[in-house]
Design a protein around this ligand. Structure first.
Ligand SMILES: Cc1cc2nc3c(=O)[nH]c(=O)nc-3n(C[C@H](O)[C@H](O)[C@H](O)COP(=O)(O)O)c2cc1C
Length: 164
């Protein structure tokens, strides 16, 4: 386990370049690229919040298994893989094969992480989820980011965090 001050720096430095959000339906894993999210402390525990649009195949997995892992690359070597996983859907593509990335068993739970490193790995169970109410969003942001599909916020309690 690494300290919040250390993983917070890596997370905040790297997230906007893209991270792998890994999910599972219990049988099969999927991954998609995310670049928005935040760390915090909620309900007395370290948490990470991510945002997933309604249309994502990953959302179906999150509906089935209330857990996710985040593999945050610590260098730029996954640029192409992140581009692929952020443009193809797990509905019709095996993104692991297509992007040349592999899965690794998690330390907790059932959702794997991406292997091969160097990654900051966060293993989380969903403690709160809520579809955005676009009426509550500043009109400028609403106009800029939203047509017909809003995000669902997922707050995950961090059960394990480490670098590999
Ligand atoms: C850099 C980048 C960041 C992205 N961030 C998000 C995000 O935070 N939330 C989201 O719902 N989609 C995000 N996407 C889009 C999804 O990764 C993309 O739609 C993906 O194909 C969904 O895969 P799935 O259908 O297998 O779940 C991002 C894409 C890129 C390229």
């Amino acid at each position: 386990m690494i300290q919040a001050s250390e993983y917070g720096k890596i997370f905040n430095d790297r997230l906007n370049k893209g991270a792998f959000l890994n999910t599972s339906n219990g049988q099969k894993a999927n991954t998609m690229t995310v670049s928005w999210g935040s760390l915090g402390i909620m309900w007395g525990a370290p948490t990470v919040t991510i945002m997933v649009r309604q249309t994502r195949y990953s959302k179906e997995n999150l509906n089935a298994v209330k857990a996710f892992t985040l593999s945050v690359p610590m260098d730029d070597s996954y640029k192409d893989a992140l581009a692929l996983c952020g443009s193809k859907s797990g509905r019709d593509t095996d993104k692991f094969a297509a992007a040349g990335i592999t899965l690794q068993a998690p330390k907790t739970g059932i959702v794997p992480v991406i292997g091969g490193g160097p990654f900051l790995q966060l293993e989380c169970s969903v403690v709160y989820e809520r579809k955005m109410d676009l009426a509550c969003l500043n009109p400028d942001e609403r106009e800029k980011w939203y047509g017909d599909t809003e995000h669902t916020f997922y707050i995950g309690k961090i059960n394990a965090v480490y670098t590999v």
